[in-house]
Design a protein around this ligand. Structure first.
Ligand SMILES: Nc1ncnc2c1ncn2[C@@H]1O[C@H](COP(=O)(O)OP(=O)(O)OP(=O)(O)O)[C@@H](O)[C@H]1O
Ligand SMILES: O=c1ccn([C@@H]2O[C@H](COP(=O)(O)O)[C@@H](O)[C@H]2O)c(=O)[nH]1
Length: 248
């Protein structure tokens, strides 16, 4: 098994062997005000099933924005680190829900957590995670990096680098990276490619700068695409022109 990253970010159809997929926690709400929408999680699972059928080794990180965010207004006045630990625990809940939904669909998935809650979830052990991936199991990395003041985007970059993923796929609520937040600026235009340095310098907030910097240093490309567009994940894996590629 090679652990070299594809620094160019150019993929041949079906060329990816191992990927790290970051799923938006907030998108899990669907049209609800918070929490996990059953129809939405099932739809995400169907997309994942298709990818597994392509023989891609798949690791997942899921956010927690549908339940709790350390920097959200609801956390104002709280000690930041305490709020962040609550946010990390929210990602464990999402990870368990996702594992359950995958298992119901016949996909063997394992959750590994960066925070130890041994009665509930197994701890993150890198060699074990690598073995699961080689066995064709989906591995869900929960609790982010295990440290406050970070995000699950950074966790995705970190775990992606650790497992030798060829690309980090960020499945989010927008269909790529824009010149400005498209939810605020209707004139924003979408990039099909952008370098890490440009994304950092222009302060494009679709992903945090720590995640961009880590991927840049590890020459690990990122693809940002919409979680709500049917078939987008498969198209990304086939190398189709979908979303935005961030490269060195
Ligand atoms: N330049 C930009 N291009 C695209 N999206 C942007 C940009 N700037 C800000 N955004 C916003 O970033 C959001 C995606 O990042 P965010 O971290 O909020 O979501 P997520 O990672 O998908 O969710 P979660 O943190 O719950 O997992 C988009 O919904 C979009 O409105
Ligand atoms: O490494 C990490 C990852 C996450 N957190 C906290 O969890 C929430 C939810 O994660 P999102 O990436 O925002 O979906 C985040 O806001 C942090 O409060 C963390 O502290 N460390």
């Amino acid at each position: 098994m090679t652990v070299e990253n594809n620094a160019s970010g150019n993929s041949k159809p079906g060329a990816y062997k191992r990927v790290l997929l970051k799923l938006s926690g907030e998108a899990l709400m669907g049209d609800d005000a918070f929490g996990i929408n059953r129809a939405t999680i099932n739809r995400m699972v169907e997309e994942i099933v298709e990818v597994c059928a392509m023989g891609v080794e798949l690791a997942l990180v899921i956010g927690g924005g549908n339940i709790f965010r350390g920097v959200a207004p609801g956390a104002q006045g709280m000690d930041r680190a305490t709020a962040d630990y609550m946010g990390m625990m929210a990602t464990i809940m999402n990870s368990l829900a996702l594992q359950d939904a995958l298992k119901r669909r016949g996909v063997d998935a394992r959750v590994q957590s960066a925070l130890n809650i041994e009665q509930v979830v197994e701890p993150y052990i890198r060699p074990k995670a690598l073995r699961y991936l080689e066995e064709g199991k989906v591995v869900i990395f929960a609790a982010g990096t295990g440290n406050p003041f970070f995000t699950t985007d950074t966790a995705a970059a970190l775990r992606g680098a650790e497992i030798g993923a060829e690309v980090v796929l960020k499945a989010t609520k927008v269909d790529g990276i824009y010149s400005a937040d498209p939810k605020k600026d209707p004139n924003a235009t979408r990039y099909s490619r952008i370098t890490f340095d440009e994304a950092i310098t222009k302060r494009l907030e679709v992903m945090d700068a720590t995640a961009f910097a880590l991927c840049r240093d590890q020459k690990l490309p990122i693809k940002v695409f919409s979680i709500n567009k049917p078939g987008a994940l498969k198209r990304v894996l086939l190398g189709d022109d979908e979303g935005t590629l961030v490269h060195v």
